[in-house]
Design a protein around this ligand. Sequence first.
Ligand code: BGC
Length: 371
Amino acid sequence: MRKGILTIGATVAALSLGLTACGGDDGGTTAAPSGAPAASGASIGKIGVILPDSKSSARWETADRKYLKEAFDAAGVESDIQNAQGDKTAFQTIADQMITNGAKVLVIVNLDSGTGKAVLDKAQSQGVATIDYDRLTLGGSASYYVSFDNEKVGQLQGEGLVKCLTDDKVEKPIIAELNGSPTDNNATLFKNGYDSVLQPKYDSGEYVKGPDDSVPDWDNAQAGTIFEQQLTQQPKIAGVLAANDGLGNAAIAVLKKEKLNGKVPVTGQDATVQGLQNILAGDQCMTVYKAIKKEADAASQLAIALAKGEKPAAPASVKDPESNRDVPSVLLDPQAIYFDNVKDVVTDGYVTKDELCTGDFAAKCTEAGVS
Ligand code: BGC
């Protein structure tokens, strides 16, 4: 049982239970795009969103921004979505500007808990409501946390690596771990998840624990350097637990140089086009698909309710391990993706066939039933 998570069937549907009460007076002065449904109240304040960067994963710009914007526009709520591009000082400046410009709610993906907390505390002191989006800010003061069950994400990665090694009948594999950023609480949760699968195998001698390193800021280039060192130190690495598709791709690039790609299974996360193509090519064992549309929808529903001055109920709560505070939360369910169900990600509309099935991947797409 995962600690600190009260799973109450955390679905957006459940969330909406707490969000049905509304009733703003109508005025329609918000920046509703033409054709959008009438805004439910002139009193709805502006909503600011700060994304972390555009390099640690393709998701932030290609998925989160798009789905959040769509949700706010559909509700006729004015939003300002910015990206701090990995710069903690810029992150704070953006937050200050959003508050000065009248934001009623801030939705943030922190770059680390320290700077995230400063932003949340300042917002709170100015009467601006806050939501931790995707990453929990440890010791922070956000009113809500919207994410996936991140230990489950890690568990799926661990199980995925085991499945691929079992399918390949590898005995006593030496495993390398390429963990996410040490400043991202999610990276800790992912690792708890995959180590809950791998550690018993290390302990029993079924698997051998190899190099185990974190990648600062999820930096993909550094991940390549780190994995190169891991492989030099331990040339017999037989499986790579990489915490997301970007880190996985960095490892695959190094494996390619050694002609080991396709022989050494590598995991991932985010169901990026690159990750899915690596799976189609046989170079990546699996990825974890997180339906970002659901995450963005849940966060935007909460943000809109907060902007109306409501106090929406949340279907779950997570204990902040630093402050011991129970943070009202929405935790969505992740899905493991292998060659055979790559098509699910396309069916769900997260990536299009056109993006995925380019060039040589067209034949692989057909083989994998992507239509
Ligand atoms: C997110 C992942 C993402 C990583 C790097 C994590 O906090 O949950 O989806 O791949 O950050 O941006």
